[in-house]
Design a protein. Structure first.
Length: 344
């Protein structure tokens, strides 16, 4: 019997938004924007209940690079959520809450000094005024959405519960994805709004230190799971010296880092960079657009180049840059950004 998948990137909204309705246009737009990721990672043995239609040239392009068929499509409602598990909603809410991540970070002494979980108005009233900039995080936000940087206590206009942390001078950010007994580390890149804009895949000098710091926590997390992959966000910041903050938050779902790493596995590459840009090419045909960057496009024969990940009718256009090392990847990024005049 056919099992139909659907892409639920609106996962946190479903978990934490009291007004959530999957039929609302804003959620359908959110899911359809990155629905194409399913096509790159899954085989023709799976069926997608798709929200949008896809250019045949784009689908042929995906199939040619994967060396396998693409998933089938169905106009019937999806049964199996692909991005985040809905098997146990209450467990999913607890595990994905920033409250849970905060308590775990506190348990393992990971929190930077000056970090507070504000549960009530009374908690906030007893808090001293800030001596430096802080960041305020809503417990149900994700990808940096809704976070606010404040200079003094009176600037906080959120109602509890929320988290207050010192605003750190971040120098590097990573996502550690745990999938069964496998772990993979990806360096994540944020834009000026502190939202995800790209991810590097490769070998990192920080890998051993991050694994060592998180090893006790991973044993703890193995006892409670939704049965799918999860990601631990971590970062390095400068505070007279470089300091590791091993647990910023945990996401029990697929992530952008997950896609970057699994795509590299699918393409059998060791180093790569996935990057998102504003899309100003929505009215071009797929065939015409790819011809305009033909010399830069990836082929399995030359084992390097650029893969156009997104369809051209998306809000964002994204590319996967494949080269033998980070320096050459950066050169490839420069070449494409100059050719297309891309903006983050």
């Amino acid at each position: 019997m056919e099992k139909r998948y659907f892409v639920n990137i609106d996962y946190e909204f479903q978990l934490f938004d009291d007004n959530y309705d999957s039929n609302y246009l804003k959620y359908k737009k959110f899911n359809s924007e990155f629905e194409h990721l399913f096509l790159w990672l899954e085989s023709d043995k799976k069926t997608l209940s798709n929200l949008k239609s896809y250019d045949s040239k784009y689908l042929d392009y995906i199939a040619s690079l994967k060396n396998e068929g693409i998933p089938a499509f169905s106009d019937r409602p999806g049964e199996i959520p692909w991005w985040g598990s809905l098997r146990d909603i209450e467990l999913a809410r607890r595990l994905n809450s920033k409250r849970t991540s905060f308590h775990l970070a506190k348990k393992y002494n990971f929190l930077p000094e000056g970090s507070f979980l504000i549960e009530t108005d009374e908690d906030f009233s007893t808090l001293k005024d800030f001596s430096k900039e802080c960041i305020v995080k809503k417990l149900d936000s994700f990808s940096g959405i809704g976070n606010k940087i404040v200079k003094k206590k009176s600037d906080v206009n959120f109602k509890p519960p929320f988290i207050i942390e010192p605003y750190l001078n971040v120098v590097k950010e990573f996502g550690l994805t745990v999938e069964a007994d496998n772990y993979f580390l990806v360096e994540t890149i944020q834009n000026q709004k502190n939202n995800f804009s790209g991810a590097f895949v490769g070998e990192f000098l920080e890998k051993k230190e991050i694994y060592a710091a998180l090893k006790p926590l991973l044993k703890d997390l193995a006892k409670q799971s939704l049965g799918d992959s999860f990601e631990i966000d971590c970062l390095y910041y400068e505070n007279s010296e470089r300091v590791l903050y091993p647990l910023v938050e945990i996401n029990y779902r697929k992530t952008m880092s997950y896609f970057a790493a699994k795509f590299a596995q699918k393409m059998e590459i060791r180093t790569g960079f996935w990057s998102l840009y504003e899309n100003k090419f929505q009215h071009q045909s797929f065939e015409v657009f790819t011809k305009s960057i033909k010399d830069l496009l990836y082929t399995r024969e030359k084992k390097s180049g650029i893969v156009l990940i997104s369809p051209l009718d998306s809000k964002y256009i994204s590319f996967y840059f494949i080269q033998e090392n980070k320096k050459k990847i950066q050169e490839l990024v420069y070449d494409l950004e100059r050719t297309l005049e891309l903006n983050k």
